[in-house]
Structure formats: structure tokens, C-alpha cells
Design a protein around this ligand. Sequence first.
Ligand SMILES: C[S@@+](CC[C@H](N)C(=O)[O-])C[C@H]1O[C@@H](n2cnc3c(N)ncnc32)[C@H](O)[C@@H]1O
Length: 255
Amino acid sequence: MTSTGKRASLDKLPEEVASMFDDVAPRYDVVNDILSLGQTRRWRKVVFDAVGAKPGQRVLDLAAGTGTSAEPYADAGIEVVACDFSLGMLRVGKRRRPDIDFVAGDATNLPFADNAFDAATISFGLRNVTDPHAALREMLRVTKPGGKLVIAEFSSPVNPLWRTMYLEYLMRALPEVARRASSNPDAYIYLAESIRAWPDQDHLAAWLADAGWESVAYRNLSGGIVAVHRATKPGQAPVHSGPVGKIRRARRAAG
Ligand SMILES: C[S@@+](CC[C@H](N)C(=O)[O-])C[C@H]1O[C@@H](n2cnc3c(N)ncnc32)[C@H](O)[C@@H]1O
């Protein structure tokens, strides 16, 4: 995995990304569970705890896809808005969870007012946004002062041996599993490549600070296969705040 943050040959137009997710929508959650060897449930619990939202608060789940990442909030009686620009993903989500508020919107130009949410979160979606810096700024705009941002994204395994094994799995096994289980295996090849090209933990932490977020920290999951970043919007804190857990302060990345 590189830490360059380069999107290079992976650059896709926003319409191409949306249409790719439209294609994989019907089997997205099943394939996801297979590819992550069932780890997604544990990762999602960590994200939910880091957001630390309480009933009465309003959470934005951006790039929510079929709404799987929004479900824990709805299940806990927390108002959650699941926003995504793939109508195919939203349709599958709405059919599955009619109780969740699904909203079509582009992460780089959100259809919400300033300070509209107590917290914003994005799971396995920031990497797919064509301009992730703009998305980080938009999430800052729509979050209340003192409100939280929590990002779950594939990252860079810390242990060199684990990293080699993971990259091997990513580039060989994952496309093969996807070929058998998904209607659009090319989409999963793109996803595997986009994971390799995504910036590492410290680099992403620096992007958050550059966008205006403060108190940036992250926690590695599954040895760094996934990192959960968290930050706060400058300003007065809301009444509720979540557990700090094992999250540690991020070092600012060089370059
Ligand atoms: C891998 S899925 C993640 C879905 C869900 N958050 C989850 O955890 O299962 C990534 C999602 O990002 C969405 N996405 C990519 N770029 C976007 C953008 N610019 N605006 C809104 N959604 C976007 C895609 O449509 C897709 O549904």
C-alpha cells in the first residue's frame, strides 16, 4: 500500500463511480461480508461507538450506500440521514430499511444546511469520492461546532509481514472471490486497486486537519487493514460526547 494519496489511473468521473455502485448494489452487502471475512460487523461497531451519538441527536452517514453503515443508529433510536449519490444503492437500501431517511446527494456538494448535524460519519466511502478534500470540507460545513467526524476506511497494515499477506490477498484472492460472487467483478478490481492507492493513516489525518477539523486521532483495526479516524469541528462542544476508547492522537504526516 502506498502513502502517496495519488489517485492516478484510478481517477473516475463521479458519474462512473455512481454507475459502478448502481451495478453492484443488489449483491453489495453479501459480497462485502465475504470479502472482509465477516469483519465488517466488528468494524461498524467501533465506528458507532466512536460517533457516540445519543437519541435526540442527528447523524449524517455519508456515502451510505445500501444503508448498512446507517443501520446501527436507526436501531438505537438515533435520527440518521443516509446520503449517497448512487440511486441504485439507495433503492436497495430503502427497500431493505424503509424506516431510514435516504437522501440522494453528492459528498462534494451536500444538500444540507450549515451546522445541520451533531455528527458526520463515512464508512468505506471517502476513498471512492472523486475529490475527498471537498467532501471533508462539506462534512465540516454541515456539522455543528463541537460536533464529531468519524471515518472508517481501508488503510495501511502496520506489520510488514501482515501487510505483504494482505496485499497478496487484496490483489489476487479478492478479485477472484468477487468474480464468483458479484455481478460486476471489474468494480471489485477497481476497489482493490483504490485501496492500494489510498493514503496511509497519518496522511489521511493530515488531510482532516487541512480541511479544518481539529483533535484529529485514529485507531487501527485488524492490524491497520482499516483505520477509524475521528475529529471534532472547532467550536463549542455539544452536550453528549462518545468514548475515547483506544483511539490515539495522530502524528501529522510529512509531505
Ligand atoms: C463501498 S460503498 C460504502 C457504503 C456504506 N457506507 C457501507 O459502509 O457499506 C461506497 C459508497 O460511496 C458512494 N459514493 C462515492 N462517491 C460519492 C459521492 N461523491 N457522493 C456520494 N456518495 C458517493 C458510492 O455510491 C457507494 O455507495
